[in-house]
Design a binder for this molecule. Structure first.
Ligand code: FAD
Length: 414
């Protein structure tokens, strides 16, 4: 297929929306239309619910959806990461079984990677998967698992070979969480939300067709998931939807946001709410203080530079180049921006930034920013780990000394 121009894509999506968009449709029916037409995930391949558009033209589709107020696919959530991973490594069976229901948001997903002893050192995972001749049998514990309390499926990294070197003894599975042998226990965070869980596996079962890629290739598959996770952390926002937003579909979407997306409702605050800074400076009068103005200017410069790095990454993608260092740079920049924004919010609001409850600044949102931004520096790989990656893979500095070679069984662990 010859590549479409921006104007042609705009024209096509506009015509399709004119013929199909109806705010009174049931949400599920609309999402199925998105899957059938490919407009929900336009950069996915045509044979898998997409339109094969270059990623750079997705923005054009989003703008046209926003112009008429049309609902898209669920923007966040682990399902998107699972889908990106399955598109790259999944079997025909897995793509057919899982992708469509990710677009329609009928299934919720979670990511079962981190363990109490292996977060940064993800390849040190010790949750085990043993084949009993019929199924893979899973035993062990995961932690920090966002959304596990309501997820149907999880992407699971587990050890299948204890004699192979650390990175070669892992396999990547899809696991159905709604089965005996899976126990999910929510954890409460310092910002009051409970989006993470501990997940315990006792002889839980995974059928062989839920193995992604091949036995022992789990690390490579997990790296794909993480690359997508870091890319999503770059903070480029979708265009704001226009229109009155009344109709059945919006009611159902609001209900969806209140349930499926509930664990993520503090995520705008964890990104630092740069969008609120100037408004807050005006409403508090802090914009009269030249020192505050200077800090705001620094923050805006940092945020703009980070946004442009993301745009540069997208432009490179558009030209068909693989993801470069921008993934780790973008993730690190996002945590700098978030922390700087929290500091500027404190300067603007003063000690009242610590207050929560109805009569607190912005109904507690400022306080929520302060206790949520540390998460950006941890989730999806800590700042230190991003720096290691940049040092070793981008700047080609000497690697950290390693003490974990040889059979994993003999590697010292905490
Ligand atoms: C908001 C949020 C959502 C999350 N969601 C999920 C999820 O859905 N699924 C999931 O599996 N996990 C999830 N995580 C977990 C996250 O991926 C881990 O917390 C992260 O990888 C760090 O691991 P850790 O907490 O075990 O810290 P550790 O690895 O124990 O690190 C502790 C400290 O030591 C530093 N450190 C460790 N190794 C090195 C090194 N080699 N060089 C320099 N410094 C080092 C770290 O930077 C950190 O400061 C989430 C975390 C957060 C905050």
């Amino acid at each position: 297929m010859s590549e479409l121009s921006e104007a042609e894509v705009r024209d096509e999506v506009r015509t399709w929306l004119k013929a199909n968009w109806d705010p009174n449709l049931p949400l599920l029916e609309w999402r199925n239309k998105l899957a059938d037409s490919g407009w929900g995930m336009p950069h996915w391949p045509r044979e898998w619910y997409g339109r094969g558009l270059p990623p750079g033209l997705v923005r054009v589709v989003e703008e046209e959806f926003a112009a008429v107020g049309a609902v898209g696919v669920l923007r966040g959530g682990i399902g998107r990461l699972a889908a990106a991973t399955l598109l790259e490594h999944g079997t025909e069976f897995q793509k057919r079984k899982f992708l469509r229901r990710i677009i329609t948001a009928e299934d919720t997903w979670c990511q079962l990677f981190s363990e109490p002893g292996s977060g940064s050192d993800l390849a040190g995972a010790t949750t085990r998967a043993d084949f009993d001749g019929t199924n893979w049998i899973i035993n062990g514990q995961k932690v920090w698992t966002t959304s596990a309390h309501h997820a149907k499926y999880g992407t699971l990294l587990a050890r299948t070979d204890w004699d192979a070197p650390k990175h070669e003894g892992l396999s990547y599975f899809i696991i159905d969480l709604k089965q005996p042998g899976v126990e999910v226990k929510p954890l409460r965070q310092m910002n009051g939300h409970a989006s993470f869980n501990q997940v315990f596996f006792t002889d839980a079962k995974v059928p062989p067709e839920y193995l992604v890629s091949r036995v022992g290739n789990g690390w490579q598959v997990a790296v794909t998931t993480l690359a997508h996770e870091r890319r999503f952390a770059d903070g480029l926002a979708a265009p704001t939807r226009r229109g009155p937003r009344t109709g059945r579909i919006y009611d159902e979407e609001r209900a969806e946001l209140a349930t499926v997306m509930e664990p993520y409702k503090w995520y705008p605050q964890r990104a630092g709410r740069v969008d609120l800074v100037i408004e807050r400076a005006r409403e508090t009068g802090a914009n009269q203080d030249p020192r505050v103005r200077q800090e705001i200017a620094k923050l805006m410069t940092l945020a703009k530079a980070a946004e442009w790095t993301s745009r540069r990454a997208r432009a490179a993608q558009r030209r068909g180049r693989p993801q470069g260092p921008e993934g780790s740079l973008g993730k690190l920049a996002a945590s700098h921006v978030a922390r700087s924004a929290a500091r500027v919010h404190t300067l603007i609001t003063g000690t009242a930034a610590m207050l929560t409850g109805e009569d607190s600044p912005r109904n507690g949102v400022i306080a929520e920013i302060l206790v949520s931004v540390p998460a950006v520096s941890i989730a999806g790989g800590t700042d230190e780990i991003q720096r290691n990656i940049i040092a070793e893979r981008v700047l080609e500095l000497p690697k950290e000394p390693r003490f974990d070679t040889g059979p994993f069984r003999n590697v010292r662990r905490n």
